[in-house]
Design a protein around this ligand. Structure first.
Ligand SMILES: [Zn+2]
Length: 313
């Protein structure tokens, strides 16, 4: 059996169940959509009004529960915390600078709690939420960190009770990103900060275009380190794990429509896991896409993933 380089094993045996339902755009409500790709036997569409990429027909809650039960085996451990180390350092430093010396933070999809640890060590009230019981149990072993097992649902937390709410690589999995961000806004105190990270569809679109160049598939295969599935890097969204694809433009609309301001969208740090070659390749991609973003005054940001900070004013 081939061993994935990163140690993460994904079960790719999943197929649509036939229960999928057609949906309208989550961001603007429009039913106008154009098919852009078929991935893992799901349709990926782009909203004709606002450009949001999403999966439609979409799997039901029941489908997703069954899918996630076999998606990441519990024994996959905390590779995630290590992959996100540099990002978590920068995120925590930035968010601490923007808030007070003490406060209360919630990390949605916190995994083993490595982001929260950075706050607990500074005396913050560090809360987390994760759907994996094993991850929640691990995170609860960290001094000062308190994690519940479950999904981020409306009404779970009190209004205006957090100084910081974060969701790193979560929104692309959400069934209802608009409701998710609205709820994050509701539970933040005025002046509080929201942080999130998502794959950037501008970068995915470049990949989609590259796919059409002869022999390019070999180069793309060589860059693939995050999964043992060699076709996944050809995917724009990769359903059903991901149901939405965001660009800086749709992220800005999502956050400003919710009421957030001071929105900043920056290239995310590359993940330093994999062979030397793939780490170097990721750094080159990060460096070149960051440069493009910088020279265009962040008007064009083609980084593979973007980090987003916004304030509730
Ligand atoms: Zn739309």
């Amino acid at each position: 059996m081939p061993q994935p380089q990163s140690g993460i094993t994904e079960n790719r045996a999943w197929a649509p169940t036939g229960r999928e339902q057609d949906i309208d755009c989550n961001l603007c409500g429009s039913s106008g959509k154009r098919l852009v790709a078929e991935e893992n036997r799901y349709n990926v569409v782009r909203c004709k009004e606002c450009g949001l990429l999403y999966v439609s027909p979409q799997p039901t809650d029941e489908d997703l529960t069954e899918f996630y039960a076999q998606y990441f085996p519990e024994e996959s451990g905390d590779i995630w915390g290590e992959m996100m180390r540099r990002n978590f350092d920068l995120d925590s430093e930035y968010l601490l600078r923007k808030t007070g010396a003490r406060g209360k933070v919630l990390d949605i999809g916190c995994g083993h709690g490595k982001f929260l640890r950075r706050f607990a060590e500074r005396g913050w009230d560090a809360r987390g939420l994760d759907f994996s019981p094993e991850a929640a149990a691990e995170a609860n072993r960290i001094d000062g960190v308190q994690v519940s097992q479950g999904e981020f649902e409306p009404g779970l937390f009190e209004a205006e009770s957090f100084d910081i709410v974060t969701a790193w690589y979560v929104l692309e999995h959400a069934r209802d990103p608009m409701a998710f961000v609205n709820e994050a806004f509701r539970i933040l105190r005025p002046g509080g900060m929201f942080g999130m990270r998502v794959p950037n569809m501008i970068f995915s679109n470049v990949f989609l275009a590259m796919k059409k160049i002869p022999k390019m598939d070999k180069l793309l295969f060589a860059l693939n380190i995050d999964t043992d599935n060699k076709s996944s890097h050809f995917n724009v969204i990769d359903p059903p794990a991901h149901l939405y694809g965001f660009t800086p433009k749709t992220i800005r609309k999502l956050l400003s429509d919710t009421g957030f301001s001071d929105i900043s969208i920056i290239p995310s740090q590359p993940v330093e896991v994999g062979t030397t070659g793939t780490v170097v390749a990721k750094k080159v991609i990060f460096g070149s896409t960051s440069l493009v973003s910088l020279v265009t005054g962040h008007r064009f940001n083609p980084a593979p993933a973007v980090t987003v900070y916004a304030r509730k004013t």
